[in-house]
Design a protein around this ligand. Sequence first.
Ligand code: 6LW
Length: 513
Amino acid sequence: MKKIICIVSFFCIATFSAFSQGYRNPIISGMAPDPSVCRVGDDYYLVTSSFIQNPALPIYHSKDLINWKLINYAVTDENGLDLSKGEGMYAPTIRYNPHDSTFYVICTNVGGGQNFIVHSKHPDSTWSKPVWLTNPRMGIDPSLFFEDDGTCYMQCTGDNNIIQIMIDPKTGEEISSFHYLTDGLGGRYPEGPHMYKVGNYYYLMISEGGTEFGHHVNLFRSDDIWGPFMPAPNNPILSHVGKNAQSNPIQCTGHADMIQAHDGSWWMVFLATRPILWAFYPLGRETFLAPVEWKNGWLTVNGNGTVTEEMNVKTLPQNSEISISQRKNSVRVIYGFEHGISNDWNAYRVSPQTVATKVSEGIEIKASNDYDAFIGVRQLDYYMDAEIKLEIADWEGEAGICVHHDDGKRYNLALVRENGKAFIKSECLFNSVNQVQTIEIESKTHVVYLKINSQKELYKFYWKYDNSSKDNVWREIGQMDAHFLAGGFSGLLVGPYVKKGKATINWCSFKYY
Ligand code: 6LW
């Protein structure tokens, strides 16, 4: 696939890449919740939840904890992904075990088999088939901790508390019975546990308060891995619940993981949101980064447990390859599909390759009764133009571009051809509410350009005839408030869909301001 990134101002980039002090939050923008991170030497690997997106469990790589590149997925159709039922992949954990030089990802396929582990020697290459953990006491948010001698402990949610068991991560065999670790400090949903050993202590970090505005992170320590665990004197160690963060554009901070960098510094990755208003955050839960400082056996996160968008702190030396989240100027990503469908693309439940096939002019998508014929990339920021050029070859059909939150919430912009007529249609689906605007266009039209422009609180829909046409101007067909596309665990995917017939998508382009 030909993917071109055009940078509008080369001057800005040169200035920014020379800058190894400070960074911008989020470090992975767009839907990237429940981040978990591990390190080997100066290579960092991060995994996030993906729910019913296929492929599942995106794996990112970085050299500086700030600029991340998507390199692979831990579970795909090839190693046994089954998203045919249930809610899909909740909060995974990634860990490296130096005893067998192997990476492990543990996760819950909610309603689709529950907990499993996959492993790989090379995270950018093949992952094993899942080993299933069948004990019904194991709840969501599983984590792994490798002791100095290689022994493996698994932590997860139990019955509104955090529990732990020793297991063999290659076979899933249970080596101990379950032990209770903590039920937290009284916040709802104690979850997202991770265990660390630092100096003479074991540290257990968990989230409480639910994933919404009460979300926060608490720390506990013990000199025995089975406890009892004592709470830190400065809990919550990360929280935007208090007055000091009430005007902060970042909210819902929680579900964190920690890492010691190769220079000895400590960092925390966690999820948070950037609401557009009140409780609405269409981009979903994104991945953020904060520095951690240790003092007298306890830690602080960025001084007072809050973070900002612009982080003016000393960082690891920053890599010259700057990821989209860190750019300070416009970025355009063009997918020409010359080499098929790259790993930026997802479909729901089935693979993008099931939905779309490579053809000489781009990709072809066919409507199907078995699945929603849609593929998308994550919407990475609130200010965006998403454009496609599409062609409906047969007379009848409906194909277009869509901003997709979940099955009940999506905005469609389409070319519709039926009964010898052609229309442009914009459609807002919000559960049982369906708002449609249609205009009739030249009946012979079978190639159109469609554009969705996102201006944070507002989506605007445009279309135009083929570039060769004398009538080559963008026309607006409608606007839709962005608030309806928010809620739940998900974020947004944007991309082409076909509801009826089949269409060729010649190219897609995404521009972020
Ligand atoms: C995840 C839980 C959470 O399992 O949301 O914010 C759930 N935290 O830990 C789904 O992402």
